[in-house]
Design a protein around this ligand. Structure first.
Ligand code: ACO
Length: 428
């Protein structure tokens, strides 16, 4: 028997179905409430609103659990590769050896980007932010592949769009890097695996045989896996809501990239390293910055701290903290910002303000330090986040599209003027 809740509003009762997820999460289905009562619900920032049902990611913020398609993030980060995780997220199961090989082969057929797209790079000012370039270039793929505009594409056609996007993203990201240096771009080497190929296009030199340290390759796999999916966050919800209008995959993901850019979301990784740098340059007094973060009259926040859903710890931050020390050790890098980060973490974790509000380091707190050790500039950090998040966005777009979900259209509570007469300009 399906469960129901009763809502009493001004003496009238309304029955609301209770939906139970596979992890026993309960939700009230209010989708018919407006029709029966005229009442809408208000939830600024969707803090407690389920926008959809989804079979991709399970996240329990109280217990610090994150699973992709049921597999714990800790196991995937330790044992899997980025491409395997991408397959898992998009198609729902871990691939067999053959399926993974086919997936890899299909991707390697599409890694080149149209030569005309190179002209975009010439058009961007040399100091333009990589995220602005990325959202533009990914959106532009829809112009190069007009068949992607068909919302009624067959499964095979839809899959080709997915493969193209996965294949071209590393090429685009590495070209943004090369252009920022004024260096010639590198073309894909399709005998290399996905992540190695990306690093080769990013750090390789046309005139020299380039070897990429396996420590860097492994670190990159881990970072990308940890960023690959995170259910209905700001950028993913953006991808779904844009895609719900039957907008093509490239334009929907481009919108997600723009959402990710903000410093309260994916842009936090750049903001963290800039914050750590300025604390260091200001003499390294971390408690001064903790005090600033606590001061209601000061807009300063500790970047890389706090999370909308993790109210215990961010399991990704836990993995990255360990990985950060290991990678810096292996690469023989001494980074004073890591010492500042450690001190800041300790001071904040012992402070009543942070304890009370359940503010812990999030995934972005450590990722920037690793990206920098690997050789990326701070402005590129969010682009790397986008590269990692791509399979998650694709999986969510596909799920929404395959389930034929309705167009996203929230309600509002109007609080403006009631009707009034137009006043001629000379009488105002
Ligand atoms: N530093 C200081 N105080 C903070 C911080 C912080 N980083 N984060 C939250 N708080 C305080 C708020 O001032 C508020 O205090 P109050 O109750 O006294 O008013 C309380 O904690 C709750 O904060 P909200 O902003 O209401 O929490 P919300 O869930 O809306 O925000 C967010 C979450 C945006 C991540 C926030 O914690 C933040 O701005 N963090 C810094 C930016 C950051 O690291 N973003 C990356 C998130 S991870 C990701 O997107 C990949």
């Amino acid at each position: 028997m399906s469960e129901k809740a009763t809502l009493n509003v001004e003496g009238k009762e309304y029955e609301l179905p209770i939906i139970t997820g596979t992890e026993n999460e309960k939700a009230l289905d209010i989708s018919k409430l407006r029709g029966s009562s005229g009442i809408v619900t208000l939830d600024r920032g969707y803090k407690n609103t389920g926008a959809t049902t989804s079979a991709i990611t399970f996240l329990d913020g109280e217990r610090g659990i994150l699973r992709y398609r049921g597999y714990p993030i800790e196991q995937l980060a330790e044992k899997s590769t980025f491409l395997e995780v991408a397959y898992l997220l998009i198609y729902g199961e871990l691939p067999s050896v053959q399926k993974l090989e086919d997936f890899r082969n299909k991707i390697s057929e599409h890694t080149m980007i149209h030569e005309d797209m190179k002209k975009f790079f010439d058009g961007f000012p040399s100091n333009s932010h990589p995220m602005g370039q990325l959202s533009c270039l990914v959106g532009a793929l829809s112009a190069f592949y007009p068949e992607s505009l068909n919302p009624d594409a067959t499964e095979e056609e839809e899959n080709l769009n997915i493969i193209r996007l996965l294949a071209k993203m590393p090429t685009i990201v590495s070209w943004i890097h090369k252009k920022s240096l004024g260096h010639p771009v590198m073309y894909p080497k399709n005998d290399l695996n996905y992540v190695h190929n990306f690093l080769n296009m990013t750090f390789g030199q046309i005139t020299e045989e380039t070897e990429i340290d396996p420590v860097i390759i492994n670190a990159m796999h881990k970072l990308l896996i940890l960023h690959a999916e995170h259910e209905q966050n700001c950028s993913t919800s953006t991808v779904r809501i844009v895609g719900s209008a039957d907008t093509n995959l490239y334009a929907s993901v481009s919108a997600g990239i723009s959402a990710l850019w903000g410093p309260l979301h994916g842009g936090a990784n750049q903001a963290v390293i800039e914050m750590l740098e300025s604390i260091k340059n200001d003499g390294g007094d971390v408690s001064k910055y903790v005090e600033k973060a606590k001061d209601r009259n000061d807009p300063f926040r500790l970047m890389g701290f706090g999370h909308r859903v993790y109210k215990n710890f961010d399991p990704r931050a836990k993995i990255l903290k360990e990985a950060c020390h290991e990678i810096l050790d292996k690469l023989g890098i001494k980074d004073p910002t890591l010492d500042i980060a450690m001190q800041l973490e300790q001071v904040a974790l012992d402070d009543e303000y942070f304890i009370e509000r359940k503010l812990y380091p999030n995934v972005d707190f450590y990722s920037g330090i690793i990206y920098r050790a690997l050789g990326f500039a701070s402005e590129e950090f969010t682009v790397l986040f986008a590269l990692g998040r791509l399979p998650g966005w694709i999986a969510q777009w596909k799920e929404m599209h395959d389930n034929k979900e309705p167009i996203g259209r929230p309600r509002q509570i109007y609080v403006g003027e009631t009707e009034r007469e137009y006043v001629d300009i000379e009488n105002r």
